[in-house]
Design a protein around this ligand. Structure first.
Ligand SMILES: [Zn+2]
Length: 84
């Protein structure tokens, strides 16, 4: 089974665009994509509720896990900076 791209799942989680019935149907019937949308929704909610200068450690680690394939380097000083 083909799954939806992360970009589509994130957009769905953010309600950023008008998704078609096929995308909605896939997310409702595919446990893998449905779980990813829930993970993204949880992360988005967590980030919206936290000040940007002090993101909770679990939110940072979720971001790292989600973006790991796209991360080129991590710079650590007094802050952690992710370069995607
Ligand atoms: Zn799927």
């Amino acid at each position: 089974m083909l799954h939806l791209d992360d970009e589509i799942l994130i957009g769905y989680a953010e309600e950023r665009f008008d998704h078609g019935p096929e995308i909605k149907s896939h997310i409702e019937t595919c446990s893998s994509c449905g779980n990813k949308v829930r993970d993204w929704s949880d992360l988005i909610l967590l980030l919206k509720s936290a000040p940007t200068d002090s993101a909770p450690a679990d939110a940072i680690w979720k971001c790292i896990a989600l973006y790991r394939p796209h991360i080129r380097s991590v710079v650590s000083n007094d802050r952690t900076i992710l370069i995607t």
